[in-house]
Design a protein around this ligand. Structure first.
Ligand SMILES: Cc1cc2nc3c(=O)[nH]c(=O)nc-3n(C[C@H](O)[C@H](O)[C@H](O)COP(=O)(O)OP(=O)(O)OC[C@H]3O[C@@H](n4cnc5c(N)ncnc54)[C@H](O)[C@@H]3O)c2cc1C
Ligand SMILES: NC(=O)c1ccc[n+]([C@@H]2O[C@H](COP(=O)([O-])OP(=O)(O)OC[C@H]3O[C@@H](n4cnc5c(N)ncnc54)[C@H](OP(=O)(O)O)[C@@H]3O)[C@@H](O)[C@H]2O)c1
Length: 522
C-alpha cells in the first residue's frame, strides 16, 4: 500500500493498522518519495529510538528513512510494554484503595469478580492502535519522515537494507532493533499458561486463578502487583532479593524495605533466594516446582506463570550480516556517540543493552543523528532517575544513603516518616499528598515513604527516594538539578516555591533545615 500521496486521518490509520495486525498477508505500507535522492540514514527499527532519531535527523535538515516490521511506528513501548504496564499499574492502585477500604466510606464490598485481568487486557487491545495511528500520522504529516512499515528489513551491507522486495541505500545505518524476552532454561517452560509481557497481551484467553511470577526486577514487581491487586493470589519467585538485580542501581534499602513490606502487607507471597526448577502440567501449567532459599523444594499449584526474567538485544542479524562487535549479553557495542565497530553503522536503544528505558532509547537516537549530521555528540547514561510501580509509584535518583555514607564523611537524612525510636510513626499520617490522603487519614502506615540524602559538608542533595504517587515529574527535574556541575544545595531546594500539598515534601522539609550552619538529620 503506497500512502505517500495520501493524507490518512486517524480513523483511517487505525483501520490500516488493525487490518495489518490481523492479516499476516497484508503488504508493506510505503511512505517513500521516489525522487532518486540519497538518504542520510536508514533507521532499521522505528521504535522509541528509531522514530525519535529519525525525527531529529529530519529536523536538522537530513533525510531519514525508517523501516519497521510492525505496521506502526513507536515500537514495543506502546504495543506490548510500557503502555499496558502503566494501564495495569494505574488499575492496581485503584484496586488497592478498593481492597483496603472494602465496605467502608463510599467503597462497595470488595468483589474480585469485578476485577478481571483479561478485561483489562481487552481494554488495552481495543485502544492501543489509536496511539499507533497518531504516531504514523504525526511522523508523516508533521515530522516529514519517510518510512516503510509492516515489512521486515534485511541488512545487506553497511549502507544497504533490503525490504519489501526493494533495496534502499544510505550514507549511514542506525540500528534500533530492540530486545526480546529471555526464558529460564527449565523443563516445562514451553507449556501453555507460561507468559511474558508480550505474549500476555497477545495470547491470554482465560482468567488466571493463581499467579506465579519469576524474577525480581521491574517487570516482575509491576505485573505481579497488578495480578494480585485484581484478586488473583500471586507468588513472586526471585533469585536475588527483590529490586536487587544488577539492572537496578541506586535502590535505597529503606525504600526497598517499604516497597517489599508493602507487597507482603497486601498478601503477596514473596520467595527470595528461590528459583523455579520445573514447570509441570498435562499440556497446560498446573504447578511450579521451586527450589527455596534453604535448599528444599516446594510445589506451587497454579494455572498461570509470568516471566519477568529480562530481555536480550536482537543483535543476531547485525552480527552476522555486518560483523558488528557484540558483548556477552548480546548487546551491540557502541561508543558514547552510538558508533558500532563498523564505520557508518550506529546502534541505539535496547539493542545496546541496559538500561532498557525510553529516555535512553530516544536520546541514543538523537545522539546518533547529531553525529551523522556533523554535530559531534556523546550520551552518557551512567546516571539517570529511575522508577517502578507496585501499587505505588516508586521513584529514585542519585545515591542511596549507604552509597553516600561510603563516599562522604558527614551525611544527613531528611525523611518522612522520620526514623525516631518509640515515636509511633506507624500512626503518623505523613507523608500525605496526591492520592495518599485517604491512606494518611485512615491507614497511615500505607501513606508512603520519602528520603532525601545530603552531603552536609557541601550542603548538596546527593540522592532522593520516594514511594507514593505523582512524584515522577519532580524526579525528572531533581535529576537535572543534582547532576548539574553546581549541584543542588539544601538551601536552594528550601528556597523553591512548593505547590503545597506536593507529592514529595522535599521543598518544605529542606526549608526547616536550610537555616542551620551545621546540618543535622530531620
Ligand atoms: C514490560 C515492560 C515495561 C516497560 N515500561 C517502561 C516504562 O514505563 N518506561 C520506560 O522508560 N521504559 C519502559 N520499558 C522499556 C522500553 O519499552 C524500551 O526501553 C523501549 O521500548 C526500547 O526502544 P527501542 O527503540 O530500543 O526498541 P523497540 O521500541 O522495541 O523497537 C524495536 C523495533 O525494531 C523493529 N524491528 C526488529 N527487527 C526488525 C527488522 N528486521 N526489520 C524491521 N524492523 C525490525 C520492531 O518491529 C520494533 O518496532 C518497559 C519494558 C518492558 C519490557
Ligand atoms: N521503566 C519501567 O517501568 C520498566 C518496566 C519493565 C521493564 N523495564 C526494563 O526492561 C528490562 C527488562 O526488565 P526485567 O524486569 O524483565 O528484567 P531484569 O531487570 O533484567 O530482571 C530480571 C530478573 O529475572 C531474574 N532472572 C533472570 N534469569 C533468570 C533465570 N534463568 N532464572 C530465574 N530468575 C532469572 C533476575 O534474577 P538475578 O537478579 O538473580 O539475575 C532478575 O530478578 C530492564 O532493563 C528494565 O529496566 C522497565
Amino acid at each position: 500500500m503506497d500512502i505517500s500521496q495520501q493524507h490518512l486521518n486517524l480513523e483511517q490509520w487505525y483501520d490500516v493498522i488493525e487490518r495489518a495486525l490481523e492479516d499476516p498477508g497484508a503488504g508493506p505500507i510505503l511512505n517513500v518519495v521516489d525522487d532518486g535522492g540519497v538518504y542520510d540514514a536508514i533507521f532499521l527499527g522505528g521504535g522509541a529510538g528509531g522514530r525519535f532519531g529519525a525525527a531529529y535527523l529530519r529536523a536538522m535538515g537530513g533525510r531519514p528513512l525508517i523501516i519497521d516490521a510492525w505496521p506502526f511506528l513507536g515500537g514495543s513501548c506502546p504495543h506490548q510494554a510500557c503502555v499496558p504496564h502503566h494501564l495495569f499499574s494505574d488499575v492496581a492502585a485503584e484496586l488497592d484503595l478498593w481492597r483496603w477500604f472494602s465496605g467502608q466510606l463510599f467503597f462497595p464490598e470488595w468483589d474480585p469478580s469485578r476485577a478481571s485481568i483479561l478485561e483489562m487486557i481487552r481494554l488495552f487491545l481495543r485502544g492501543r492502535s489509536s496511539a499507533h495511528a497518531f504516531m504514523n500520522w504525526q511522523t508523516k504529516e508533521q515530522l516529514e519522515v519517510e518510512y516503510v512499515l509492516n515489512a521486515r528489513g534485511r541488512l545487506v551491507d553497511a549502507s544497504t537494507v533490503e525490504v519489501a522486495g526493494r533495496t534502499f541505500t544510505a550514507r549511514n545505518l542506525v540500528l534500533g532493533l530492540g530486545a526480546s524476552p529471555t526464558y529460564p532454561d527449565v523443563p516445562g517452560i514451553g507449556l501453555a499458561g507460561v507468559f511474558d509481557f508480550a505474549t500476555l497481551v497477545e495470547e491470554l484467553d482465560y482468567e488466571p486463578r493463581r499467579a506465579v511470577i519469576v524474577g525480581g526486577g521491574k517487570t516482575a514487581l509491576e505485573y505481579g502487583s497488578f495480578f494480585h491487586a485484581t484478586g488473583c493470589p500471586t507468588t513472586i519467585v526471585s533469585r536475588s532479593p527483590l529490586m536487587r538485580t544488577p539492572s537496578l542501581h541506586h535502590v535505597d534499602e529503606d525504600l526497598r524495605r517499604y516497597v517489599v513490606d508493602g507487597m507482603r502487607k497486601r498478601g503477596m507471597e514473596i520467595l527470595e533466594g528461590a528459583e523455579p526448577v520445573a514447570i509441570e502440567g498435562n499440556g497446560k501449567v498446573e504447578r511450579v516446582v521451586v527450589r527455596l532459599a534453604d535448599g528444599s523444594t516446594a510445589a506451587i499449584e497454579t494455572d498461570f506463570v509470568f516471566l519477568g526474567t529480562g530481555e536480550r538485544p536482537n543483535s543476531a542479524m547485525a552480527r552476522e550480516a555486518l560483523g558488528v562487535a557484540v558483548g556477552p549479553r548480546d548487546e551491540v557495542l557502541v561508543d558514547k556517540s552510538m558508533r558500532t565497530s563498523v564505520p557508518s553503522v550506529y546502534a541505539i536503544g535496547d539493542l545496546i543493552g541496559g538500561p532498557m528505558e525510553m529516555f535512553k532509547a530516544r536520546k541514543c537516537g538523537i545522539t546518533a543523528s547529531k553525529n551523522i549530521m556533523g554535530e559531534p555528540a556523546e550520551f552518557d547514561f551512567s546516571e539517570f532517575p529511575d522508577f517502578l510501580h507496585t501499587t505505588y509509584e516508586v521513584t529514585w535518583v542519585g545515591l542511596t544513603e549507604q552509597e553516600a555514607r561510603e563516599r562522604f564523611s558527614d551525611v544527613i537524612i531528611i525523611q518522612m516518616p522520620p526514623y525516631v525510636e518509640n515515636l509511633d510513626t506507624e500512626h503518623l499520617p505523613l507523608p500525605c499528598a496526591e492520592r495518599t490522603m485517604l491512606y494518611a487519614f485512615a491507614k497511615p502506615e500505607l501513606s508512603g515513604f520519602q528520603k532525601l540524602v545530603i552531603d552536609a559538608a557541601s550542603r548538596r542533595v546527593v540522592g532522593a527516594h520516594h514511594v507514593g504517587y505523582g512524584a515522577k515529574d519532580a524526579f525528572q527535574y531533581l535529576d537535572h538539578l543534582i547532576h548539574r556541575p553546581d549541584g543542588l544545595t539544601i538551601d536552594e531546594l528550601g528556597g523553591m516555591n512548593e505547590l503545597f500539598l506536593n507529592p514529595e515534601h522535599f521543598v518544605q522539609l529542606s526549608r526547616l533545615r536550610a537555616g542551620r550552619s551545621a546540618l543535622v538529620s530531620l
